[in-house]
Unconditional design. Structure first.
Ligand code: ATR
Length: 268
């Protein structure tokens, strides 16, 4: 039996075993997906020894994504972002990538296929790790990307790393009035807190994506839906980012279908 898993501290909350368990069953693969809890004082040794471990490959979550990128041969995306969440065997060594950005784009393609015809800028609110991955991926797709954040310095840092533009929070309503895509990349909404972004200035047809997946329909997405805009939930990104590891480790691209969405939604 092959062994894969997610490395983090803590990792008990991870839904990845459910996602991968579904794909193992669909593809008839004899493998186990483990939650690998690695304490901070053991993390450097874990990654140093990973190539000689029994694992076919691993996902990496907080707080080890930067350490992972330093510990393996980072692909261009992981190099640009300075983080890796997916590690696979590559000859005698290990390679790594960050699949959050590609997962986000795949989720947009799935839930809002018309987003590619959009002409206005993409506006991202929030400037943490998820924000920079999404900004980088949208820039790579040829979008003009504007980043706004409560702490302006962090918006500047994300914009500089991703090739986007930082804007002040008070410039947000104007930016939204010409946007084709709005992304909530703040942590607001996790606890049901309403995001203080007013979707009213958004033009008709705008896609509104939330990276939060619990609740599945955040207050922002509910407001967008009520206005007839195109909502994209955060569950899609969670599921699509996982396809990268599965494909690297087992050589087949798994599907994100209704059954998987239902299965993972039931755990939220
Ligand atoms: P992740 O790595 O998951 O993207 P993070 O690094 O914790 O998450 O980033 C959280 C984001 O939510 C940040 O942009 C944060 O704003 P600051 O950079 O100003 O901290 C934003 N955020 C969290 N609570 C917020 C609040 N009450 N109002 C506005 N923004 C908030």
């Amino acid at each position: 039996m092959q062994r894969v898993g997610v490395v983090g501290w803590p990792v008990e909350h991870s839904r990845s075993p459910v996602i991968f368990g579904h794909w193992f069953a669909v593809h008839g693969i004899d493998a186990r997906y483990e939650r690998i809890a690695v304490a901070p004082d053991e993390a450097a040794a874990f990654f140093a020894d990973l190539a000689s471990s029994p694992y076919t490959g691993v996902n990496v979550t907080m707080p080890y994504k930067a350490l992972a990128a330093e510990s393996v041969s980072a692909d261009p995306v992981a190099t640009r972002l300075g983080v890796a969440n997916t590690i696979w065997r590559d000859g005698d060594g290990l390679s790594g990538s960050s699949s959050d950005g590609s997962g986000f784009i795949a989720s947009l393609d799935d839930q809002a296929p018309d987003w590619r015809g959009a002409v206005g800028p993409a506006v991202i609110v929030g400037a943490g790790g998820a924000s920079v991955a999404v900004a980088d991926a949208l820039v790579a797709e040829g979008c003009r990307v504007l980043v706004a954040n409560r702490t302006a310095d962090k918006a500047e840092a994300v914009a500089a790393r991703a090739g986007a533009e930082a804007i002040a929070l008070d410039a947000l309503p104007d930016a939204l009035s010409e946007a084709s895509l709005l992304v909530n990349a703040t942590s607001l909404g996790m606890d049901g807190t309403t995001l203080s972004v007013d979707p009213r200035p958004l033009p008709a047809g705008t896609t509104v994506a939330d990276l939060i997946y619990n609740p599945l329909e955040t207050p922002l997405l509910a407001a967008a839906r009520a206005r007839g805009l195109v909502p994209v939930d955060g569950l899609g990104m969670l599921l699509f980012q996982a396809t990268t590891g599965f494909e690297r480790w087992f050589g087949v691209k798994p599907k994100v279908d209704r059954d998987l969405r239902r299965l993972v939604s039931a755990t939220l």
